[in-house]
Design a protein around this ligand. Structure first.
Ligand code: GAR
Length: 209
């Protein structure tokens, strides 16, 4: 069975869209089967609908308890037989019960070179503001396994971009985003080709055949 991917996204959804485009040619190997958002206005949901993909708004606010919300997320994932979860600009913490059930099968894209510039509060434009304020000469994108701590799980791949002297956070964000759009599909393809193994908590990427 190929990869059945759930994309979780809170915002515009450009990473979702670039992943969708990259996977279109080989849907047997990997395809996005559902897009889930905590935000009913998310661009990602609108894009998913326009592509005739299931687009589901699932928010804690719709449920009377956190446990019920988590149960609804798990049921949705099961009903689509999801075997890889991709966080593409998802701004909420994933519950430990979901991480436990999909151990090593949840990945996140982060717009900096982790472990630097990660953790609570480090999302979107705040990341690029912090990078520029630090005087760092390089930034980039990271795809990592999601564990119980924010931006903490094992790194799978990174792509570096320069930070130029006159960069604003917006200009840097754009440069990093271009790198993200290449990096995320690359990592998903590695999963689709079974080239990623996690042994004793360490990520191993098998070389091309
Ligand atoms: C991306 O830059 C992604 O790396 C970032 O949000 C943006 C979403 O853009 N994610 C985080 O900051 C998570 N900590 P998109 O909606 O256009 O894909």
């Amino acid at each position: 069975m190929g990869l059945k991917i759930a994309v979780f996204a809170s915002g515009r959804g450009s990473n979702f869209q670039s992943l969708y485009n990259a996977l279109r040619e080989d849907a047997e190997k990997a395809r996005i089967v559902v897009v889930i958002s905590n935000n009913s206005d998310a661009g990602a949901l609108a894009v998913a609908r326009s592509l005739h993909l299931p687009a589901i708004h699932l928010s804690q606010k719709q449920y009377s308890s956190h446990a019920e919300f988590v149960e609804a997320v798990l049921q949705t994932l099961e009903s689509f037989q999801v075997n890889l979860i991709v966080l593409a600009g998802y701004m909420k913490k994933i519950d430990a019960a979901i991480i436990g059930k999909y151990r090593n099968r949840i990945i996140n894209i982060h717009p900096a070179l982790l472990p630097a510039f990660g953790g609570q509060g480090m999302y979107g434009i705040h990341v690029h503001e912090a990078v520029i304020a630090s005087g760092a000469r390089a930034s980039g994108a990271t795809v990592h396994i999601v564990d119980e701590e924010f931006d903490h799980g094992k790194i799978i791949l990174q792509e570096t971009v320069p930070v130029e002297p006159n960069d604003t956070p917006e200009i840097l964000a754009e440069r990093v985003l271009k790198a993200e759009h290449k990096l995320l599909p690359r990592v998903v393809r590695l999963f689709a080709e079974n080239k990623i193994e996690i042994i004793n908590g360490e990520v191993h990427i098998r070389k091309p055949d």
